[in-house]
Design a protein around this ligand. Structure first.
Ligand code: 9D3
Length: 249
């Protein structure tokens, strides 16, 4: 029996999560008890009359800074009677979240995701954090969307979440490649035909064609990814015939 994975999301805006995480596959993963999601508002862990979670920065400057105490108290509360796990701070200064990290985090029983909103955290909260993650080089209004991205990417890797046909295990096969072109009926659409090879029924040749297409497309659009993929001699030769990308590889 596989233990359910617990996500505890510390946020000032728990309502933001309802749409994305309560639909489709994420909803089903919860219904199937593969994951449990808990939202905790650290505003509830303030002790002052006005429930202040932020304050002006020491040294001056614009903007506000999230106070350490509410998050610290909230962290201690959510760690009570829960399995061991990792505390993740969502921040633009974090390590960029990649599939490798998703696989790493999918091994945990419990993830605590801390979201800020608009503003930065008091530096001292970092002492209580195992990992800082960013989801990419653009500015969001808060860590909530990033926490959803992490929860989604991790969840789909857990056994039983995806059906056998679109299983995540299959991903590792073409890990660093973009998807090959896909087609469905009709065989001709607005004068554009489905490639003959896909109608041929030659499964071995179709498989080869798809891998070639994936390699070609990756070379064109994301040469950075291709550096990670182990290509065979034949595949390298194919690529060089098609394009002159030798310097970039
Ligand atoms: C980098 C901008 N900062 C300049 C002082 C201020 C700031 C803006 C927006 C600090 C935090 C935020 C909110 N963003 C996140 O909390 C966040 C985030 C992101 O903006 N981009 C990518 N990944 C992440 S993870 C959390």
């Amino acid at each position: 029996m596989i233990e359910e994975m617990l996500f505890q999301i510390l946020t000032l805006f728990p309502e933001m999560f309802n749409g994305p995480l309560e639909s489709s596959i994420m909803k089903r993963a919860q219904e199937k008890k593969i994951i449990e999601l808990r939202y905790v508002n650290y505003r509830e862990f303030t002790t002052d009359k006005h429930h202040c979670v932020d304050d002006t920065p020491y040294g001056g400057g614009s903007g506000m800074v999230l106070k350490p105490e509410p998050i610290f108290r909230c962290l201690n509360a959510v760690k009570k009677d829960t399995p061991p796990g990792r505390v993740v701070l969502l921040t633009p200064q974090g390590k960029v979240f990649k599939q490798k990290m998703a696989r790493e985090l999918a091994k945990e029983q419990h993830l605590i995701l801390i979201c800020g909103h608009y503003e930065g955290f008091d530096e001292r909260i970092r002492t209580y954090v195992d990992l800082e993650l960013s989801i990419g080089d653009y500015v969001l209004t808060g860590g909530e969307l990033a926490a959803m991205v992490v929860a989604d990417a991790v969840t789909r890797l857990l056994p039983g979440v995806l059906g056998a046909s679109d299983s995540a295990e299959y991903d590792s096969f073409t890990e660093n490649l973009l998807d090959y072109p896909q087609y469905t009926r009709p065989v001709e659409f607005e004068g554009q035909r489905v490639p003959d090879i896909l109608l041929s029924g030659h499964h071995k040749m179709i498989e080869e064609w798809r891998r070639e297409q994936a390699i070609l497309r990756t070379a064109e659009r994301r040469p950075d990814l291709l550096k990670e993929e182990q290509l065979s001699e034949e595949e390298l030769a194919f690529l060089c015939r098609k394009r002159n990308l030798t310097e970039e590889l």
